[in-house]
Design a protein around this ligand. Structure first.
Ligand SMILES: [Zn+2]
Ligand SMILES: [Zn+2]
Length: 116
C-alpha cells in the first residue's frame, strides 16, 4: 500500500492546486477502505474531519486530494486508463495527477499501449 505525503500538488489537467493533508497511516487505511467500496464522498468527509479545523479550505483540500486518488485497481480517476506507477503519478492519457494507492495497481505495458 502506498501512503501520500503531506504536500502541495498541482494537477496539469484541471489546473487545481491543493495540499494533501497530513494524517496518520491509520486514517489513510480507513480512507482506502472507503475508496475500495466506492465511498469517495464519505472518505472526503473523514479526511476533512481528521486533518484540520472545520472550514472551507480544509474541506476543499480533502475533496481535491481524494478526487485525485486513483480508482481501485490502479486506474486513472478521470479516464480509467491503467497507471504505470504506484504513488504519485500522472496519467499518460489525460495528464491528470493521480495518487495511485491501490495494492493492485495495474502494471502491464500491453494494456497501457492499447488504451493510449
Ligand atoms: Zn486534476
Ligand atoms: Zn487519465
Amino acid at each position: 500500500m502506498q501512503y501520500p505525503t503531506a504536500k502541495e500538488v498541482r494537477c496539469e489537467r484541471c489546473k487545481a492546486v491543493f495540499t494533501i493533508p497530513d494524517v496518520s497511516v491509520e486514517v489513510w487505511n480507513e480512507i482506502f477502505e472507503l475508496m475500495r467500496n466506492d465511498k469517495r464522498v464519505m472518505a472526503v468527509k473523514l479526511l476533512a474531519d481528521k486533518s484540520g479545523p472545520p472550514g472551507f479550505a480544509n474541506l476543499g483540500n480533502a475533496k481535491a486530494t481524494l478526487f485525485h486518488f486513483s480508482r481501485p485497481g490502479g486506474v486513472c480517476v478521470r479516464c480509467y486508463s491503467p497507471l504505470h506507477e504506484v504513488g504519485e503519478t500522472k496519467c499518460a492519457k489525460c495528464h491528470s495527477f493521480n495518487f495511485s494507492w491501490s495494492d493492485r495497481t495495474v502494471i502491464n505495458p500491453e494494456e497501457t499501449e492499447r488504451t493510449q
